[in-house]
Design a protein around this ligand. Structure first.
Ligand code: ATP
Length: 232
């Protein structure tokens, strides 16, 4: 579904991604793990069309690098950004509806049913302002908002960040259910154990380069990976 080859991205001379190649097949959960500053956010922003890049990024055969960010979203790539980036003063309902802003036609708000079945708490808090939600609930809302765009590929940037440990499990369980519903997931995480537990395959990113890839279970069990690349 997603094919990336020789991807480079830089910020004023600082090379954030160097020759990154990565594939995601339909129905998979693929995790990209790496320490702080490895380039994980830059990778997702590159796919979403939010940073300038060199190389190839194909989504179902479409060259995403030729499209602007809003067209990439319309093509079926959803992003749950790092730090959630909600509209804090707007209600839960309005945050969700804004997710469907660029969707046209009668089916526009149809994903609401899916969002409420995944996260019943959101349905109970529809009129509440986003800023009054707990960290975990805000993450649910950020995922819900991305689902409102009707994505086939959902990309999540550190969904466990700033969340109580008890709710982290709920978020990861929800990501699994999203996959079971037929979506494909590209997950970027610093929390190695949890991410590798739900992923099918994983890539290890270190200072902008992929240094290892394989089945998530194999990477999870590799002591050298944990020590050398992830600083654990
Ligand atoms: P984190 O887990 O801290 O978010 P990350 O793996 O997501 O890290 P990136 O945020 O992609 O890493 O950053 C990769 C590199 O690019 C880092 O060295 C970072 O300092 C640098 N960088 C990121 N964004 C910018 C920017 N807007 N301007 C300049 N440098 C940046």
């Amino acid at each position: 579904m997603l094919h990336i080859e020789g991807l480079n991205a830089s910020y004023r001379g600082l090379k954030a991604l160097q020759g990154v190649s990565l594939d995601v097949a339909k129905g998979e959960i693929v995790a990209v793990v790496g320490a702080n500053g490895a380039g994980k956010t830059t990778l997702l922003k590159s796919i979403a069309g939010l940073v300038a890049t060199e190389g190839r990024i194909e989504f179902d055969g479409t060259d995403l690098r030729a499209l602007k960010a809003h067209m990439i979203s319309r093509a079926g790539v959803g992003l749950v950004p790092e730090g959630r980036r909600l509209f804090p003063r707007l209600s839960v309902e309005d945050n969700l509806r804004l997710g469907a802003y660029a969707v046209e036609g009668p089916e526009r708000f149809k994903p609401l049913e899916l969002v409420f079945s995944l996260f019943p708490r959101l349905a109970e808090r529809l009129k509440q302002r986003a800023e009054t939600l707990s960290g975990g609930e805000q993450q649910m809302l950020a995922i819900g908002r991305a689902l409102m765009t009707g994505p086939r590929l959902l990309m999540l940037d550190e969904p466990s960040q700033g969340i109580m440990p008890k709710l982290v499990d709920d978020i990861f369980a929800a990501i699994q259910r999203i996959r079971d519903l037929g979506l494909t997931v590209l997950l970027v995480e610093q929390r190695l154990a949890e991410a590798l537990e739900i992923a099918d395959r994983a890539y290890v990113l270190q200072t902008g380069r992929i240094v290892m890839s394989g089945k998530a279970a194999d990477i999870a069990g590799d002591a050298d990976v944990r020590r050398a690349y992830l600083g654990l």
